[in-house]
Design a protein around this ligand. Sequence first.
Ligand code: KG4
Ligand code: ZN
Length: 329
Amino acid sequence: MRILGIETSCDETAFALAIGEGETVRIERSLVSSQADLHAKYGGVVPEVAARAHVEMLIPLMKELGIDPSGKDIDAIAVTAGPGLLPSLRIGVEFAKALAFAWEKPLIPVNHLEGHIYSTWFQNPPSFPALALLVSGGHTEIVLMKDHGDYDLIGMTRDDAAGEAFDKVAKLLGLGYPGGPEISRLAKESVDPVPFPRPMIASGDYDFSFSGLKTAVSVFSNEHPDTKPEDVAAGFQEAVIDVLATKLMKAVDEYGPSSVLLTGGVSANTGLREEIARRLGEQAVFHAPELSLTGDNAAMIAAAGYFRAKSGESVQPSKLKPNPNLRLA
Ligand code: KG4
Ligand code: ZN
């Protein structure tokens, strides 16, 4: 089955073709057009600017994908329906609806977070139950995945997402946007990381809070202006990694998953990958996406869409509406 995936939930316009066969799915083509440069000067994504840029990229990316304009080689269309920025989501959703209507192909709405989870499906497909730590610019969640499409939300952030904390601390340190890669690059130069607090590390549940940590970094930086920025960056990163890894391992102990998935933009962080792999040891099989698939892309949306299409799911094009607050469970 060949799936066309479309993703426009935030600031990447992405199209992909994926081929699904039984329990496996592979990428035929994946294109991502990032608007990061466009938003860099604002220090964050501006929704209306993002939506306009998505519109401009739709046709060029469709052409570059090289699919037959009749749609005859496509079996289904998967599109991110939420969560995300409404003006951005709307562009991809309306475009997908038009294609599904014109081509008379099944239309499959995909939750963006489910998409991130499926970014780990292109190597060896994970086995169930799988425990996923989803860390992106907008979300920080621990999700128990019992089967395709069957999710329990175990914990989530009560304020800022992990990626958002990276972005805000980077801004504070005068680094560029997105902040995650900048912080991790700078942190590598540190020999004496600042010890920052580990918010909610012993809270007894699986929830997170990163806004206090950001404030702690800000207060420390104001009080110790001579501290090297690399030591602040490294100390902040260590605190985030420690909290994420500790909570994830606690959930591993409680739920005994057969695989552990680390996904979302922040999963590009090598320190986080290494720490989770180290603490997990042989307790479960560890899966993290290829680096090119950690950020937003449409291959992961096509993969999630494949497993839904396979079980016969689809919606009438006229019925689909984007939902900026769409939940996984
Ligand atoms: O999943 P994603 O591309 O977009 C959302 O759905 O939010 O995640 C983007 C987030 C940004 O906050 C960015 O700073 C963070 O992922 N990020 C990183 C790294 N690379 C990207 N955070 C920490 N370390 C990295 N290496
Ligand atoms: Zn994302």
